[in-house]
Design a protein around this ligand. Sequence first.
Ligand code: ZN
Length: 140
Amino acid sequence: MGRKKQARVRMRCERCRRPAPVDLRSKAAEGWNGKWEAGSLAFVLCPVCQTSAESAEAEINAAALTVGTEDGGKFMADPVLCLTGTLAEPGTVLYGHDHLQRIAQTGQAVELTLIEQMPPATRCVPMAGGVMVYPPRPPS
Ligand SMILES: [Zn+2]
């Protein structure tokens, strides 16, 4: 019935195969934990199947998100590419190098969010589902 425009594969809990919420950043996905490996979401775990260590990690991620926001950091959901230059005149890739590699290997362009001309001192901290971007602090 519904339009099947989204070809996105729905992820399932690695252990019990329970289908994960399609939007892993939605309210429904609260408590789910994602393992982020080499720039892609390797697997997800439902709240029931997480060991205490893993749910602690999820809480740390959530904490990082909150702290980041208070810190002036900004969460960018993957796939995202952070550059100091531009695509025409590339500078340093601050984040998303593996996305580029994957595109080079498969020849398939993904819907990459491109952030160009970031100040070189920008800090990009990878985390589950994307990256926290911290602009350089103004000299005080
Ligand atoms: Zn599960």
